[in-house]
Design a protein around this ligand. Structure first.
Ligand code: BGC
Length: 788
């Protein structure tokens, strides 16, 4: 049937008039102060999460009501002035307030507490035309007020269950305080100990970062974002931030496609697959393109190929920084580049709000792109339930009872003790007996109640951690004598006590030795010395790169002085990065790696020192012989000259080994484990086939213990050179003294594939070596082949 032209035109006119009437009616409703949730179709809470159609319908119905300034507003994020985590913002409070009233802000960060959040939300709900609730974000990196070990430390537990649990507690405390969104987990593979932010991730390995990243996302987001105790997570920093040249923060990243796809991106892909609600892009440029303006990564790969439907927030001011990179001529151009590249929300650059509308008029950005970004933001607001009740996370009673509870502190202690790594234990000096005659607790960190909280400590109270000294006192028998001497100060204060050190540099004490004498006297009297040295909390974290990863200030002098009178020293190391332990490791019989362990630090350390808990942590990063080896990681390439022969022309150093002092995956226990009978179920498989490998692990010592059994593979010949070993699986098992268990791993195409010369993920035929053992230096090996 053919329609007459006049009928067709009438139909078109009626159709558009109808749409205009509907939109107009909706606008009127909104102007009449009818809240959006009244005009939207209601659904039962859970179905929001699972029913995409209804969710999209809701998002579209809000979008249809929005004017361009309101749309752009959803893409704007401001910081509350009280808590800066970047260079100061250019705009004052009054400016932000006016914007909030006009509904031209989508999210706030750094506003904490139910009272402040409710007050800020109220400004939007009572003044703006459409009353679209704000999302409140905060850097909840390793706990909210109950502080857990820094992420690097927690990763040393290799225990995905407790890592998930720790994120769940952090989410619960945050949500009880009114927050909806954390900027965590950081899943940047970090191989350079000089980089200060190595403390914030899961270390040097791609697989470990993927597994731990997903566990953290599950913990934060739970099964349902609508739940009152879960918050949205954020996979950051997309991408390459951990590879800044020379370990310098924010620095250029020069890597090729092979490293990008095989090393850096897999944790992000895993996060997207696990349904992480948001991504954050990064400050660095990669091979000439700043990540914030990287269309290939954000729009084409993440949102395109990976089909991920969350939104990307810029890093602090990173849209504006496109100008400083020399990638945009001005801020307007930066806004254009960032939006086109797929950055959805502008954190503290003030670029989108200033220029997107003009850019739209000039057709330099499209309404489709803006709408897409807005929809992504609205979608999360629906998923969180903020449209149903913008104040649903604002409950003082919950804030009072659920934050920093006894129950949460007990979990923090459990996680902390499981994060400790025993690096050295000559003559089984540890565990100590609780009825030992005397202990000298010495060192600048020995009674420090602040450093164990680490950097990125959210709402931790100043000086609220249990110190080592407190932990020891609580553990030993009443007859044990404890001599405490600080010996030296590590730092000279540069801020008032209690003031946030986050943005300010530290100054180290290099002159005041006045306490060393007393420390020596204490050491002389004691059966054993616990020497607490390492790093101040603010030696690592953002902007805290160092060229020297040794012991700052007078710490080595203190060690030498103490050692001269008492060699029975256990170094209780507190730090946020791999340190140069080459000299100390030769000087003392025992080193216990205790990171910055959080609120319950001292109790957790005492649990291990006195044998209530048998240490089970393994290093998530290699500890070098010296800083010159950095970046140091176990999964290097073989090179064409790997051999350690007697002349000089091989790939190594003339003044240090090329391997680690303490390798990735390494950690001792009070018991010993032996591996035997490594077996592979097949010697040949097809590319889409699978096999299992198994090994027997026996506890050959006298204590019950836990072991992290690790699976490594090597793809011997590839279309691109492949690492000498790659972690592909791990299982943490418990073994009673004398017990043997068989541990089995499955290997399939997921395990064996890589991003090949064909620029796709595929399994290439050839020989694969397999190792199973207790560290990346596992020796027991078998092989199999993948055949065409
Ligand atoms: C950091 C981010 C952080 C943001 C907000 C930036 O400086 O790089 O990781 O989430 O500030 O505080």
């Amino acid at each position: 049937m053919r329609l007459s032209p006049s009928f067709f035109y009438k139909f078109v006119i009626i159709f558009f008039v109808g749409i205009i009437v509907i939109l107009g009616a909706n606008k009127l409703k909104a102007q009449d102060n009818t809240t959006l949730r009244q005009i939207l179709p209601r659904t039962s809470t859970n179905s929001i999460h699972f029913n995409n159609n209804i969710l999209n319908q809701k998002v579209d119905s809000v979008l249809a009501l929005m004017r361009i300034n309101e749309k752009i507003g959803q893409l704007v994020q401001y910081s509350g002035k009280w808590n800066m985590t970047g260079p100061s913002s250019s705009k004052g409070d009054q400016y932000k307030l006016e914007k909030l009233k006009k509904g031209e802000v989508g999210s706030m960060l750094n506003i904490t507490s139910v009272t402040s959040i409710r007050e800020t939300q109220r400004i939007v709900m009572e003044n703006s035309r459409l009353k679209i609730p704000l999302i409140f974000a905060y850097d909840v990196i390793h706990g909210y007020k109950t502080i857990f070990p820094i992420p690097l430390g927690e990763s040393a537990s290799w225990d995905l269950k407790i890592i998930e649990q720790s994120a769940a507690v952090a989410a619960k405390e945050s949500a009880a305080s009114g927050l909806n969104w954390t900027f965590a987990p950081m899943i940047d593979v970090s191989r350079d100990a000089r980089w200060g932010r190595v403390m914030e991730g899961a270390g040097e390995d791609t697989f470990l970062n993927s597994e731990i990243g997903v566990a953290r996302i599950k913990g934060f987001q739970g099964k349902n974002l609508y739940d009152n105790s879960t918050i949205a997570a954020c996979a950051k920093h997309f991408a390459g931030y951990g590879f800044g040249e020379a370990g310098r923060d924010y620095n250029t990243v020069n890597i090729g496609e092979n490293e990008l796809h095989n090393v850096i991106l897999p944790p992000f892909k895993a996060a997207a697959k696990a349904g992480v609600a948001t991504f954050m892009n990064s400050f660095n440029d990669i091979d000439g393109i700043p990540a914030t303006g990287h269309k290939e990564l954000q729009r084409n790969l993440l949102k395109g190929k990976w089909n991920w439907n969350g939104f990307i927030v810029s890093d602090w001011g990173s849209i504006g920084e496109l100008e400083a990179h020399g990638y945009a001529v001005d801020k307007k151009n930066a806004a254009e580049i960032a939006l086109n590249a797929g950055s959805d929300m502008d954190m503290e650059s003030y670029a989108y709000e200033a220029f997107l509308e003009t850019l739209l008029d000039e057709k330099k950005v499209s309404i489709t792109q803006i709408d897409d970004a807005v929809k992504r933001v609205l979608r999360l607001k629906f998923e969180l339930g903020l449209f149903d009740d913008p104040y649903k996370y604002c409950n003082e009673e919950r804030e009072r009872t659920e934050v920093y509870s006894e129950e949460n502190l007990a979990i923090a202690r459990d996680v902390a003790k499981k994060s400790i790594v025993l690096l050295k234990n000559e003559n089984n000096i540890l565990p100590l007996s609780k009825s030992i005659g005397s202990i000298a607790v010495i060192g600048p960190l020995a009674d420090d109640k602040n450093s164990p909280l680490g950097n990125w400590r959210a709402k931790a109270e100043y000086n609220s951690a249990i110190s080592l000294l407190e932990g020891v006192k609580a553990s030993v028998d009443k007859n044990t004598k404890i001599y405490f001497e600080k010996g030296i100060e590590l730092t000279i204060p540069t801020v008032e006590p209690g003031q946030n050190q986050f943005l300010y540099p530290l100054k180290f004490n290099t002159t005041n030795r006045s306490g060393i004498k007393k420390a020596v006297e204490a050491a002389k009297k004691a059966d054993v010395v616990l020497l607490a040295i390492g790093e101040d909390a603010y030696q690592t974290g953002e902007g805290r790169s160092q060229t020297d990863i040794g012991f700052k200030g007078l710490q080595m002098e203190l060690l030498e002085a103490v050692k001269a009178v008492n060699p029975n020293i256990v170094i209780v190391l507190m730090n946020g990065r791999p340190m140069d332990l080459s000299r100390p490791s030769q000087m003392v019989p025992s080193i216990l790696e205790c990171w910055h362990l959080g609120s319950q630090s001292g109790y957790a350390i005492a649990d291990v020192l006195f044998g209530d808990y048998n240490p089970s942590g393994k290093l998530p990063v290699s500890f070098p012989h010296n800083v010159g080896q950095e970046p140091l990681y176990y999964n290097q390439k073989n090179t064409g000259r790997p051999y350690n022969v007697k002349h000089v022309t091989f790939s190594g150093y003339r003044d240090a080994p090329k391997t680690a002092l303490y390798p990735f995956g390494f950690g001792l226990s009070y018991t010993t484990f032996e591996y035997s009978d490594l077996n592979s179920s097949q010697t040949e498989i097809k590319a889409n086939g699978s096999l299992t490998v198994s090994v027997n692990v026996t506890n050959t010592g006298e204590h019950d213990g836990e072991e992290v059994v690790q699976l490594y593979i090597r793809d011997v010949v590839g279309s691109l050179t492949r690492p000498v070993k790659e972690l592909k699986g791990f299982q943490k098992i418990k073994l009673s003294a004398g017990e043997t268990k068989t541990v089995t791993f499955s290997i399939d195409s997921e395990t064996l594939q890589f991003y090949t010369v064909n620029k796709i993920w595929e399994v290439e035929p050839g020989t694969f070596n397999v190792w199973i053992g207790g560290s990346s230096e596992a020796q027991m090996m078998t092989s199999f082949s993948v055949v065409e």
